[in-house]
Write a protein that binds this ligand. Structure first.
Ligand SMILES: Cc1cc2nc3c(=O)[nH]c(=O)nc-3n(C[C@H](O)[C@H](O)[C@H](O)COP(=O)(O)OP(=O)(O)OC[C@H]3O[C@@H](n4cnc5c(N)ncnc54)[C@H](O)[C@@H]3O)c2cc1C
Ligand code: FES
Ligand code: FES
Length: 1335
């Protein structure tokens, strides 16, 4: 056996003599080969940031296969004989961009850019397999990629240009080719965000070839390999006997095919498998054999290959024979993402035996036959086992023994009277594991609807996939009709119970799903029976038929309309034009450097954290001896390394600790840190630190518990009042008391928190940090190291997203890293793993609102008394400010003359919650939108009419005494209603709801008003520095941080107009505290407003100095003027400064000042369809009209609107944080926490910018845009609520029902009560400990 690993990366041969079997391809690329274009986003195959293309010669088929794979799960040892292509290997800004890179960047599909290389590589791999893919191919290709910034629309828009569907048949006349656009463009508006005619054509002949060396030598496939480290040995046998012998010798060895189960166990459960066997070169496991009975797949054949062959046979064979094949491909479509399916095998799925496996229910219901082999008494023994009753023997166990290997699986053809269907319900349709899945396999007596035999298997209901034999027995010999359904439903409820505390939670929902999925199967099979004439065509009532269907991703339709620049605007003036993000090309080629991409330095160590495993406890012992005993571990840091004062930190109030001091207040609090030679070692050592605790009580997790224990931060509650609430409520025609509640939200920036600290001299520190607030990091690093601020420099070049999560929480990582670097005199680095980041850094604040509203019989609101509670976690962080914004935004766009708003900051044992795009505004407005709907319902009027009646008018005052100037909400509303064809859709929806019992539609309009300014007065300032060099190039620095929002691009545009030069003469390198001091965080949406004004100030100074020179040389060029200025000894460097005027409202000391400089408004309309049986939903359309003044850059602004909408959509409908009753976060990665994916974009997504609405209060008449559109995402939530109301109306139930956000499939299903949910007997709340609670 040989031990040299050989593979190619981007055409270059890599030879590794002793590869580490525990090393992933991602780590190898990033750390050994310094190819940092491939990013780490999650390490669990759930985000796609690490996507690369692996090419392999399939010698049996004489074909080179190109596969997109997740490098984070691919063992580098598995790469023997493969060619790996990374984003750096296909193009670069210095040589030639690949069309895949160019189109993504120029279509504005890259904001922060952290997801971009992965998306580029998914598309590249697709094009290597299909020169002209279909839109469905695109849908599949991106199932495994996430983007948190763009909202996906621009990515699809750019990549659509590669597809078959792109040219619409009109040839040269097509609007997409001639560039005239399809939308309702006019003289004032434009709809072309990018110029497709500029795109380079795709020329497949230019692609790199597969390395000839790998083609020529068969040894790459036939060689048996062994790679060993001191912990793990990797075997790659190439013969079955060799494989079976190894398994006989090491029965506990893991077989590694796709490594998508094993890799996750090793990384997150910290399992150590000393023997790993890679069987992918063993012919018997790759065999595909067809026979008249069906198809046999070797256990290591990838899911994608299975899918492809089954699809071909479905097309060729009679439908009745391929029902199992069809059911399998339907299931595989929703099985993980393409990167996983490209490598994962069926054997791995069966053998893992996860209770929520997708294929096990199908194969169990089908009674699939498995071939198994082992090596016993010197020979190969084979046997056959059947899946079905008795196959699974316990959690992740089955009848196949440890020394045996699964060889393959038979997929039988179905008989004409046999039907098999399967359904899967997950949190998110694409790339998610099931909550419950079901497969029903029924055979009828010939040409009848009498059940001859039935097998039903369910996942998600027990520690294994389970069958329902008792119910099946009851069905035998019965007619397949509605009466049978009633009996089956009752029987399934008792046969598949679920304990009230069962892991996974959602007990009622899961139980309801069992019955509902069976009913869906019943409908689907009944429709087939009626199609084949076995039962009458009216066996299923027309209104029930859609109940059999599931949602499919529609092909995206979209339009973006924005104001055209004046025809006399000079062509080189970029303001108002859709300029491409300044770093987009670098981001698309992987050249853009993020914090962790900075090359390793001499002597550098990695810092890993020891985290609290208790919600509230005294630390009784803290012992790092075992950790420090490991070779390569250098030091342990804890509170003992700091004075009490130095250890006390926090963004505003110093109520936190760098390291827990004696007591911990939540799970995930940082107790200590280990510095070691590398990440894996540091993390392993950190797990060896012995921390003992004495638990304390009470543990407070939820807002309700905080209210019960009066656990509030000091000085709360606070109140804001206007008018006389009591009196107005007493005089109102109607009053209504309501509550509403919404959960938190994980930021899920694709780049987790990262910091690198480098000691300079003996008393200086330089930090590279993924922070939205470099000055705060600088200040607090100075605090913990006892250095003056002028010895600390904090730099932030770009962030892979922030969304508020890196405004104040960056200190959790930066401070220990800086301290360690300073104390050790060595560079120290840390980039949190995704699970650590989610556990440590807090979320958006969950909120609870209780309100009493008074209104007239027409629906005019006269008074509101409202209580706002936010769940702050254990320290204050920015929670006071978040609460204040919620209290100032609760009335949204509605004038309420008498108001009392109370606010409580609840102190709980959760990680400190923090800023998140919208900063309490969306939570406040969420209450307002409940109120307006309550009023409309009670007075029996249309919601839109009640909105119109209550809208603020220009000149009105808010409850914090701000007068509204230029308040365009009615215009936004009318434009949006028109754009969305609101009235027409209302009628269509009413008709749809009449005609469908199990599908319902709803539509909702949501307006928004978002105040622009920091709530804290002194932050509303900014600085800039402009240096002009002798060659005329301009280096611009400002106080804002580029977090993907396009701030640098806009600042370049502003400077270009102000200086009268082309934007490409201007460069922004980084944000650094030694260039612009005392900066404010890049937050509150004011980045462009305040930094833009500071940039203009600096430009004005320079223009003034240059004016005499320009006057003297009127025909000179910029370069000549600069040259002259230099020789004339004119300073070519200027600082700029801006302080936002007129703000600083305080009810007592400054009552006439503004709280906000101005407001950004908008309106959105969404139409949603729900599946009442499963709770699944789809957004059919969204229309948005935003007033963002005169847009500085419509491409970037529309990108912000779409990205914010999708993030808001996630907040209100999809993203659910799951906590244990003790406050431990369960959802610590993309596997369990679901952000919207590509398939979740509204089917039709139209965005218009209001025209003719310049804003006098911001740079070049623009308006802030980052946060305001987020709340429009709630239009999907309110539309879902409408749809549920329609379902409830069919049942004669009230339209007044609670629905908490996010409106997950579980909440939707349970709110749609029906005959099935009535069957569920649920224990009383309080009589058991639930698995999870909602904070
Ligand atoms: C992001 C992500 C999404 C996922 N989504 C889904 C999903 O939607 N639905 C779903 O069901 N699963 C899902 N999974 C789980 C996983 O992808 C599947 O179970 C997959 O089929 C495992 O195959 P593999 O080749 O990667 O297994 P590996 O990790 O290589 O092996 C898994 C186990 O199977 C054993 N094994 C493999 N082959 C054999 C054999 N021939 N004989 C004996 N033992 C064998 C190994 O010893 C090991 O214990 C997901 C996983 C990830 C990481
Ligand atoms: S880092 Fe590999 S999929 Fe997220
Ligand atoms: S651009 Fe996609 S995550 Fe930021």
């Amino acid at each position: 056996m040989s031990g040299v690993l050989v593979f190619f990366v981007n055409g270059k041969k890599v030879t590794e003599v002793s590869p580490d079997p525990e090393c992933t391809l991602l780590t190898y690329l990033r750390e050994r080969l310094r190819l940092c274009g491939t990013k780490l986003g999650c390490a669990e195959g759930g985000c796609g940031a690490c996507t690369v293309m692996v090419s392999r010669l399939d010698r049996r088929a004489s074909k080179i296969r190109h596969l997109a794979v997740n490098a984070c799960l691919t063992p580098v040892c598995a790469m023997h004989g493969c060619a790996v292509t990374t984003v750096e290997g296909i193009g670069s800004t210095r040589t030639r961009l690949h069309p895949v890179q160019e189109r993504l960047a120029k279509a504005h599909g890259s904001q922060c850019g952290f997801c971009t290389p992965g998306i580029v590589m998914s598309m590249y791999a697709l094009l290597r397999n299909a020169e002209q893919p279909s839109m469905r191919d695109l849908e599949v290709a991106f199932q495994g990629n996430l983007c948190r910034c763009t909202g996906y629309r621009p990515i699809l828009e750019g990549y659509k240009t590669f597809t078959k569907e792109f040219a619409c048949g009109l040839g040269d006349q097509c609007c997409k080719v001639n560039g005239k656009g399809c939308g309702s463009v006019s003289d004032e508006t434009d709809d072309k965000l990018f110029e497709r005619s500029e795109f380079q054509p795709l020329d497949p002949s230019q692609e790199p070839i597969f390395p000839p060396e790998l083609q020529l030598s068969e040894a790459f496939d036939t060689q048996s390999l062994v790679f060993s480290s001191d912990r793990v040995t990797w075997y790659r046998p190439t013969k079955l006997e060799e494989l079976l012998q190894l398994k006989a010798q090491h029965p506990a060895a893991k077989l590694v095919v796709g490594n998508t189960e094993v890799g996750v166990e090793v990384k997150f459960k910290h399992f150590l498998y000393p023997h790993l066997i890679n069987p992918t070169q063993v012919e018997e496991l790759l065999e595909v054999r067809e026979s008249p009975d069906g198809i046999y797949f070797g256990a290591a054949v990838s899911l994608m290959e299975i899918d492809a062959l089954l699809r071909r046979r479905i097309e060729e064979l009679p439908e009745s024979e391929t029902r199992l094949f069809q059911c399998t491909v339907d299931m595989l479509h929703y099985f993980a993402g393409k990167q996983i399916r490209n490598v994962a095998c069926l054997g791995g799925n069966i053998m893992t035996g996860s209770p929520i496996s997708d294929m096990n229910p199908v194969l169990s219901a089908a009674g699939a036959q498995l071939e198994v082999a082992s090596f016993v008494d010197g020979q190969i023994r084979r046997r056959t086992v059947h899946m079905g009753t008795g196959f699974f023997t316990g959690y992740r166990r089955n009848v196949i023994e440890a020394h045996e290997v699964l060889l393959g699986i038979h997929f039988r053809k179905t008989s004409p009277d046999q039907y098999i269907v399967a359904f899967k319900q997950a949190r998110r349709r694409d790339d998610d594991i099931a909550i419950v899945n079901a497969a029903i396999n029924v055979r009828f007596a010939e040409h009848s609807n009498l059940v001859a035999e039935i097998s039903m298997a369910f996942g998600g209901m027990a520690p294994t996939t389970v069958l329902a034999p008792r119910t099946a027995q009851l069905m035998a010999g019965q007619e397949w009709n509605h009466q049978l359904v009633e009996r089956v439903a009752e029987s399934l409820c008792t046969e598949l119970p679920l304990a009230a505390s069962a892991p996974g939670g959602m007990i009622a929902y899961r139980r309801a799903l069992v019955v509902s999925l069976f009913f869906k199967a019943y409908l689907a099979i009944s429709l087939k029976l009626s199609q084949s004439g076995v039962v009458s065509s009216d066996a299923v009532a027309p209104e029930e038929r859609s109940g059999a269907q599931t949602f499919h991703t529609p092909v995206l339709k979209s339009a973006q309309l924005f104001e055209r620049v004046c025809s006399d605007q000079p062509i080189c003036d970029p303001i108002g034009r859709p300029q491409v993000h300044a770093a987009a090309l670098k981001q698309a080629t992987g050249e853009a450097i993020y914090t962790d991409d900075i090359p390793r330095m001499d002597g550098e160590v990695y810092l890993a954290f020891v985290l609290s495993t208790k919600p509230r406890a005294k630390i009784t012992r803290l012992d790092a001896t075992a950790a420090l005993a490991l070779d390569g571990v250098h030091r342990f840091f804890s509170y003992k390394d700091l004075t009490e004062h130095e250890n006390e930190v926090g963004p505003v109030f110093h109520d936190e600790h760098v390291f827990a001091a004696g007591e911990v207040h939540c799970y995930g609090q940082i107790v200590g840190a280990i510095a070691a030679d590398n990440k894996a070692l540091a993390q392993r050592a950190a797990r060896l630190v012995n921390v003992e605790y004495q638990e304390l009580s009470p543990v407070i997790v939820t807002i309700e518990q905080a209210i019960e224990h009066k656990s509030y931060f000091p000085d709360y509650p606070r109140f804001v009042t206007k008018g006389n609430v009591e009196q107005a409520l007493a005089q109102a025609d109607h009053t209504f008391e309501g509550t509403c509640r919404m959960g938190g939200q994980e930021h899920f920036y694709l780049e987790t928190h990262a910091a690198l600290a480098v000691p300079r001299d003996s008393d200086e520190l330089e930090l590279f940090c993924s922070t939205q607030h470099p000055s705060e990091v600088q200040k607090l690093v100075a605090h913990v190291t006892a250095l003056p601020s002028h010895r600390v420099v904090c730099r932030a070049k770009r962030l892979g997203g922030g969304f508020g999560g890196k405004e104040s929480r960056g200190i959790s990582v930066a401070l220990p890293v800086a301290l360690a670097a300073y104390r050790m005199g060595r560079p120290v680095r840390c980039m949190l793993d995704r699970d650590e980041d989610m556990l440590i850094t807090g979320t958006r604040h969950p909120f609870l609102f209780k309100y009493k509203v008074g209104f007239t019989k027409e629906g005019l609101i006269t008074a509101c008394d409202i209580e706002c509670y936010n769940n702050a976690g254990w320290s204050m962080d920015l929670s006071f400010s978040v609460l204040e914004r919620a209290m100032y935004h609760f009335e949204n766009c509605y004038r309420i003359p008498n108001v009392r708003v109370g606010g409580w900051v609840c102190k709980t044992n959760l990680p400190s919650n923090t800023a998140f795009r919208g900063f309490g505004g969306p939570q406040g407005m969420y209450a307002g939108e409940h109120i307006i709907r309550d009023v409309a319902r009670i007075v029996g009027r249309e919601v839109v009419d009640v909105m119109r009646l209550n809208f603020y008018k220009t000149g009105d005052y808010t409850h914090y005494n701000q007068q509204l100037e230029h308040f365009p909400i009615e215009r936004c509303l009318e434009d949006c209603l028109k754009q969305s064809r609101y009235n027409e859709k209302r009628m269509e929806i009413a008709r749809f709801n009449r005609e469908n019992r199990w599908r319902k539609r709803g539509m909702a309009v949501v307006p928004t008003k978002y105040g622009i300014a920091f709530g804290v007065m002194h932050l509303n300032q900014a600085g800039a520095l402009i240096n002009i060099y002798g060659d005329g190039s301009v280096l611009l620095s400002h106080g804002g941080v580029e977090i993907g929002q396009g701030l640098n691009t806009k600042m370049i545009q502003c400077a270009a107009r102000a200086l009268g030069i082309p934007p490409d003469l201007i460069h922004i390198s980084e944000t650094a505290t030694d260039k612009v001091p005392n900066t404010s965080p890049t937050a509150a949406s004011v980045g462009s407003d305040i930094n833009g004004m500071a940039v203009l100030d600096a430009c004005e100074k320079l223009n003034k100095r240059l004016a005499p020179i320009k006057e003297a040389l009127p025909d000179g060029t910029w370069k000549e003027w600069i040259n002259k200025a230099y020789f004339d000894r004119v300073s070519l460097s200027a600082t700029g400064f801006y302080a936002m005027p007129g703000i600083g409202y305080h009810p007592e000391t400054n009552p006439n000042a503004r709280t906000y400089s101005y407001y950004t408004n908008g309106v959105g309309v969404s139409v949603v369809e729900i599946d009442c049986l499963t709770g699944d939903h789809q957004v059919l359309s969204t229309d948005i009209v935003m007033d963002i003044g005169s847009s500085l850059n419509p491409a970037i602004d529309i990108g912000q609107i779409e990205g914010a909408f999708m993030q808001g959509y996630g907040l209100f409908t999809l993203e659910e944080l799951m906590y244990s009753p003790q406050g431990m976060l369960y959802s610590r990665g993309p596997g369990m926490y679901k952000l919207p994916g590509f398939a979740d974009i509204p089917g039709e997504f139209n965005v218009s910018l209001l025209t003719g609405a310049p804003n006098p209060r911001a740079v070049y008449s623009s308006k802030a845009v980052g946060e305001p559109p987020l709340f429009i995402g709630s239009s999907a939530f309110f539309a879902i609520k409408e749809a549920i109301a329609a379902a409830r109306q069919d049942q004669g139930l009230s339209g007044d029902f609670p629905l908490e956000a996010p409106s997950t499939s579980a909440r939707i299903r349970i709110a749609c009560q029906d005959k099935f949910t009535k069957l569920l007997d649920m224990p009383e709340p309080g009589s058991f400990t639930p698995w999870n609670i909602v904070p």
